[in-house]
Ligand binder design. Structure first.
Ligand code: ZN
Length: 367
């Protein structure tokens, strides 16, 4: 087995050139939108959904900071606030960041900035998620989303440490704690180094830098400054931790279900040339798994992230359309001999992620 360390690898990867599958998919999806008259972006239900989620988020924040006076009042509000922050990430920020929300760049930008509202830099996220993760999905050493450092082994090509044998138990809380690191350390490190894992990221310049610093300052004022005027330091820190750890667990698990499960592939580029065997669209399908496609509630709450195959193939299509195009994508995959994988429910996906972590952490079987 190849051992691949996540060191800086600046050479660009190339994908297979046969794009017939992608062209046919594009043609069918375009035809779907043309014949139904549905909009790819600027869908009215998205604006309504955004208003509902942001209003819930703002109300919970105000309740937690200005109204809650006891721990038993604060705790359920903090839990709901954490979930509402995850909902902002799934439903609003993600579409805005992918320019899938609107045909107007400024609306997309505004929606993408809700990421700053929940503590993480929208500038860094653009490079980390939209550029790096969506291009190099599940490619060890390139896709930063599958790098947990020494703490976890998510792919067969990462170095295994003996303590990984317990990772299927200990990683869950770490998914949550990771978001504190992301808020207070990772974003600053990435901007200073000008790098996302092994990939270069242009450092923010002028207004981008002003935006990065002011957004971070605003979040720190919201999360710590204002609450400290009304509550003791340990209370503020504890409730910040409860809120964001819950956000971190929910967000990480939902994203892990798409790529870090038994059914997803983890190909390696060819040694030396940096070429990936499959064409880009086939690579996206092979490294991604859907779940709970039938559930309207989960589709609404998770911003269509249970349709990650559709999202990876059509990142600029607003997520409210994914349930409608998924049958079409599945059918096209079948015709081209590309395996379309899904879990029937969130629970089935969760169980598969658990088993994948256990398998990746287990000692190599003796040969
Ligand atoms: Zn995405």
């Amino acid at each position: 087995m190849t051992s691949h360390s996540p060191e800086v690898t600046n050479h660009r990867l190339t994908f297979g050139r046969d794009n017939r599958f992608q062209a046919e998919l594009r043609r069918r999806v375009d035809e779907y939108f043309r014949s139904t008259g549905r909009r790819q972006r600027d869908c009215p239900q998205m604006y309504l959904k955004t208003a509902i989620i942001l209003a819930i988020f703002a109300s919970l924040y105000l309740l937690l900071v200005f109204v809650a006076a006891t721990w038993w009042q604060g705790l359920p509000i903090a839990i709901l606030l954490g979930l509402s922050m995850a909902a902002i990430g799934f439903n609003i920020e993600h579409d805005g960041g992918h320019q899938a929300y609107s045909n107007y760049a400024w609306i997309n930008r505004l929606m993408a900035m809700t990421m700053d509202l929940i503590g993480a830099s929208s500038y860094v996220w653009h490079w980390k998620h939209v550029v790096v993760h969506h291009t190099y999905t599940n490619l060890t050493g390139h896709d930063a989303d599958i790098e947990l450092g020494v703490l976890g082994r998510l792919t067969p090509h990462q170095k295994r440490f003996p303590f990984h044998r317990w990772q299927h138990f200990y990683l869950w809380p770490l998914y949550g704690l990771n978001i504190i690191k992301w808020h207070l350390y990772d974003d600053f490190r990435d901007v200073i180094l000008g790098r996302i894992g092994s990939q270069r990221m242009p450092r923010p310049k002028r207004w981008e830098l002003v935006g990065f610093i002011s957004a971070k300052a605003l979040f720190l004022i919201m999360a710590f400054g204002v609450p400290l005027l009304f509550h003791r330091l340990w209370v503020v820190l504890l409730f910040y931790a409860i809120t964001v750890v819950l956000t971190g667990v929910v967000v990480s698990v939902v994203f892990q279900l798409a790529h870090c499960v038994e059914e997803a592939k983890f190909p390696l580029p060819r040694e030396g040339s940096g070429s990936v065997e499959n064409a880009w669209a086939i690579h996206q399908v092979e490294t991604t798994v859907d779940f709970a496609r039938q559930s309207r509630i989960e589709s609404w709450l998770l911003g269509g992230l249970n349709f990650q195959i559709e999202h990876h193939l059509f990142p600029r299509v607003c997520h409210v359309n994914y349930p409608h195009i998924s049958k079409l994508v599945e059918q096209t995959c079948r015709e081209f001999g590309v395996k379309y994988r899904e879990h029937i429910s969130f629970r089935a996906g969760l169980a598969s992620h658990f088993r994948w972590l256990r398998r990746m952490g287990a000692p190599e079987p003796a040969t």
